[in-house]
Design a protein around this ligand. Sequence first.
Ligand code: FES
Length: 263
Amino acid sequence: MSWEEGERNRGWTRREWVKLGMTVGAIGTLASLGAVSGRQLVPPPIERSGEIRETIFYTKFPTPQWWNSKVGTPMKVGDFKEWEGATGVWRGLFQDDAHVPGTGFPVLVIRVKRDDTVFAAPDDISLPEGFSLFYDDPTADVDPDTGQPRGVRIIVAFDRCVHLCCYPGWHVVDNPPPDRRYIAPTPTYEKYGEDPIYCVCHGSQYEPMTLVQHVNPRNNATYVGALHTHGPADRALPIIAVKVEGGNLVGGMADPAWYVYCG
Ligand code: FES
């Protein structure tokens, strides 16, 4: 068996991940950021009529995942068990009720443990009305054993690595496994044994329970993101403000400059 066959048999590999980023990713990102910057960076599917949807929709993942049967439907808060995450699209263009591939912002949605002893986020950020840096419901998801609510807390991250714009993932790649020598406190793993957000391309990781402010060097915009905790990235992974309408997760644009760094 060749080395590559061996890698393939062990599952999704770094090599395949990088290849995905160089093909699908190039199209998706340019479309997203074209919308952000106001410039048309790729030939439009956008000339045809349609609507940009602020609701977040599930997107397909190349390997079997729990949400693949939900692709094309809105993400619902109630879909997520503790520590589950999924890929989606925010501000995607929809025509005839179908997402136009390559449009919108790729996002990573993660339900973290609702634990205020380790969770941290800034509280002085200006956001569109009704939106928060993360979704939080302390009364939801009652534990049948204790009768007490577990509570639900969900963060939405922009799914483009601040290192070289690969697609970080949530518990979808473990070949190679993430390096656990963290440069900052990482409660997701250190307290709960769950790996943080992991960009397999060069190993960067981001802590979803610690939201911090950083500056985007491309435009000096101060933004909020998931703390960089390992690897060659040098700053936080931007998050997307969120609210819930009719049980669906809806994204909110705090500042387009938060997301301009790919392409
Ligand atoms: S692109 Fe993510 S670590 Fe390099």
